[in-house]
Design a protein around this ligand. Structure first.
Ligand code: TMP
Length: 213
């Protein structure tokens, strides 16, 4: 079937390899003849990338509710300026994190109200729900070590960004959040266990995408 206007989100704990996998998936879909856009949250527009810097910088002293509002503010800009126009133009959009991340991190991680977050998510995304969500599952301790190494190279933040510096307990709650979301929305969210080999994980992702697309 020729599927366009298809919205895929890739979720996972820190260090699960989402970014690399999103780019590999883009190449695969392009070879299959699709027009594809890869983007990320928080980010995707100049303003949202600025918000991303505030959110990830370890020196930002954000209280949980302010953190939540910043994610949602970045999302409004991103969905309106980038995602909706790309879908309208017939592209497949692959987004590295989206609304499920807010449930997992701000809901389960920071213990903010899930129903309140759901309301904000709905408003900030203009009701846009992914057609397919791939959740890359990784044991927090393993993912965090990987994420911190990448972060130190990229941003020179020792011990990782504001989230990577959080306790393993925090990341275990985040993982539980994702797994609960996957159970609740089992038709949309597919769990893929992150493999040690990048190519193997990509193969599993492609299999799921081929079945759904
Ligand atoms: P990443 O793009 O490297 O995964 O970094 C984004 C960080 O932001 C990651 O630690 C997860 C976090 N995050 C939230 O806490 N809430 C959200 O809604 C989103 C999109 C990301």
């Amino acid at each position: 079937m020729d599927r366009t206007r298809y919205f895929i989100t890739i979720e996972g704990g820190d260090g699960s390899g989402k970014t690399t996998q999103s780019l590999l998936l883009k190449e695969y879909l392009k070879i299959k003849g699709y027009r594809v856009l890869v983007t990320r949250e928080p980010g995707g527009t100049d303003l949202a990338e600025n918000i991303r810097n505030i959110l990830l910088n370890p020196t930002s002293k954000l209280v949980p509710l302010a953190e939540l509002f910043l994610y949602e503010a970045a999302r409004v800009q991103h969905v309106k300026e980038i995602i909706l126009p790309a879908l309208k133009s017939g592209k497949i959009v692959i987004c590295d994190r989206f609304t499920d991340a807010t449930i997992a991190y701000q809901g389960y991680g920071r213990s903010l109200s899930l129903s309140f977050i759901n309301k904000l998510n709905l408003e900030a995304s203009f009701g846009l729900v992914p057609n397919l969500t791939i959740y890359l599952d990784i044991v927090p301790l393993k993912g965090l070590n990987k994420a911190k190494t990448i972060c130190e190279k990229q941003y020179h933040w020792k011990d990782g960004d504001r989230f990577e510096k959080e306790s393993v307990q925090f990341h275990k709650r985040v993982r539980r959040g994702y797994l609960n979301q996957a159970k609740k929305y089992s038709t949309r969210i597919k769990i893929i266990k992150t493999q040690n080999d990048l190519e193997k994980t990509q193969k599993l992702i492609r299999k799921v995408v081929d079945m759904e697309l």
